[in-house]
Design a binder for this molecule. Structure first.
Ligand code: NAG
Ligand code: NAG
Ligand code: NAG
Length: 512
């Protein structure tokens, strides 16, 4: 391993710097923050001298357009390799697919699939998604270039990486390759097995939203339910307090004048809130703050758990209990802004648009533009409050979200509707007809409603972990993990055993 830590920490730090100041989705900022915290804890552990075995970084030359043989353009795709546990050339290979963000060395070091590798003598490979992180094709992120960004392109990359790396690393032709991934990348893992069963032996898909949907109102239905879940510190009173706090925000926004100005200062909005679209940005960010507490509940690096959020909202301060939830929400905003090192909770819509229109890859490294493009051309996933149980009654409607696709990429609503339907017919939605796939979900995670939570026959199994949030099965183990999460991880291990045969622990390779 020639490469020192300083070299490859560089890009990670760049991501975090930009990530803390960029507008757009608070939910994405939260996800990045959590990933970064977990990655840093992994790295600092592994920089201890006795365990200083860093994964190898590599680059694969991939065709920009894998579906057009006469197009000779290519790009470099980043991958990570951990061969410490690889027992023999014909041992299994665990392929960790990256999703809508950069993929660092932690992807092959801790958490699953890396944590499962020693028991199976597996080689672990992490493959960054095209157009994210450092795997952005030369030529940037213009709309003409983004035509080469889709889940189908990502699957083609996974297959060509599987073939190229087999040759490069002399992996035996009989080695079983198993795909892993979380969230969108979990869907990719399942779809890779679905579309290329002759090359990929099985898949473990964590929190994978395999059904595309334009209006994702069910997201807030689950948020609402999870806020009442006593297992994670919620209660019916907490859910009611969220509604009350949002109603109060709405009231002050509508009142205008001094009330609105005070609200802006109290909530930390960068925009003036004079425009309706800037008020919508603020409400969207507040919704994401509460949704994020649910989605990432209990995870290392999450600024606010459901228990903490509910504690703040239900705390009685002074003599006005009517305003207590609103004041609690203000404190929750401060906690999250502080953790993210972010200057304000929401920016103006104009500023968000400016940011999303940037096509230079160095400036768009966090991937907001790319992911917006994928939602506009494949998945939708726009969170709304149209479900009757939604506690965020003031939230903007679907059209204001669709407006971004139009304003940033010139894509019409009808084209998005069509794209979502095509995605579901191409992959099969929640009945994909794949074999040897394990779907893992947490029952408090809003995304589980778009995933598969019940076995589909003998060859597609499903695990629904109670009290668990988004992708929590993939995170490194912690002493505070719940018994159900531990049991869930054990079930994943057993599923691999049943696919691969009895696990055989290998002597460590490549240790110091
Ligand atoms: C395939 O690539 C060639 C060479 O770049 C180009 O001229 C042609 O238009 C492409 N075909 C399609 C269908 O994109
Ligand atoms: C590749 O692996 C095979 C065993 O599968 C071995 O016989 C051969 O020597 C290896 N070649 C290289 C270049 O390591
Ligand atoms: C209670 O309410 C009164 C009148 O609204 C206010 O003047 C006083 O400061 C409040 N006390 C506390 C502890 O908030």
């Amino acid at each position: 391993m020639a490469m020192g830590p300083a070299l490859w920490l560089g890009p990670l730090l760049l991501v975090s710097f930009w990530g803390s100041t960029a507008p757009a989705s608070l939910l994405r900022r939260l996800g990045e923050h959590i990933q970064r915290v977990q990655e840093n804890s992994i790295l600092s552990l592994n920089l201890a001298p006795e365990t200083a075995t860093l994964p190898k970084e590599g680059w694969l030359e991939q065709p920009l357009d894998p579906f057009n043989a006469s197009d000779r353009r290519s790009f470099l795709q980043r991958y990570w390799i951990n061969d410490r546990h690889w027992a023999s050339q014909d041992g299994p290979v665990f392929l960790h697919l990256g999703g809508e963000g950069s993929l660092g060395p932690g992807s092959v070091m801790r958490g699953h699939p890396a944590a499962l590798a020693p028991a199976f003598g597996a080689l672990v490979i992490g493959l960054e998604h095209r157009f994210y992180g450092l795997s952005i094709p030369a030529g940037g992120l213009s709309v003409a270039q983004l035509r080469f960004l889709s889940s189908r392109h990502a699957l083609a990359d996974a297959v060509s990486a599987r073939l190229a790396l087999s040759r490069l690393l002399n992996v035996s032709a009989s080695s079983p390759w198993i795909c892993f991934g979380g969230s969108y990348a979990g869907s990719l893992a399942a779809w890779a097995r679905l579309k290329f069963p002759h090359l990929l032996f099985a898949a473990v898909a964590s929190s994978a939203p395999v059904r595309a949907v334009l209006d994702f109102s069910a997201y807030n239905e689950v948020v609402s339910r999870s806020l009442t879940s006593t297992a994670i510190g919620g209660s019916p009173e907490c859910r009611a307090a969220v509604s009350t706090a949002f109603a109060e925000v709405g009231r002050r926004l509508r009142a205008g004048g001094a009330a609105r100005t005070a609200l802006r200062a109290q909530l930390g909005a960068c925009a003036s809130l004079g425009r309706v679209e800037d008020r919508e940005e603020l409400l969207g960010a507040l919704q994401a703050l509460v949704g994020g507490a649910v989605q990432y509940d209990g995870q290392a690096g999450a600024p606010l758990s459901v228990r903490q959020l509910c504690g703040l909202l239900l705390e009685r301060q002074g003599n006005s209990s009517l305003l207590a939830p609103y004041r609690g929400l203000l404190r929750a905003v401060q906690v999250v802004l502080h953790s993210l090192g972010q200057r304000c909770l929401s920016f103006s819509r104009a500023e968000t648009l400016t940011q999303l229109r940037v096509t230079e890859p160095e400036l768009s490294r966090v991937g907001d533009r790319q992911w917006l493009y994928q939602t506009c051309t494949e998945f939708g996933f726009y969170v709304t409050c149209e479900d009757p149980r939604c506690p965020f009654s003031q939230l903007p409607a679907l059209p204001s979200q669709l407006e971004l696709c139009e304003k940033v990429f010139g894509l019409s609503t009808s084209s998005i509707v069509q794209a979502v339907a095509q995605t579901n017919s191409y992959y099969g939605g929640q009945t994909p007809g794949a074999t040897q796939v394990l779907f893992v979900n947490g029952d408090t995670d809003p995304w589980q409603v778009l995933s598969i939570t019940q076995a589909l026959g003998p060859s597609v199994s499903a695990l629904l972990i109670s009290g668990a949030s988004h992708c929590s099965d993939m995170a490194p183990e912690r002493p505070s993990d719940s018994p159900s999460l531990r049991q869930g991880r054990q079930s994943i291990f057993q599923q691999l055993q049943s696919w691969l045969g009895p696990a055989k622990r290998s002597p460590l390779r490549g240790g110091p």
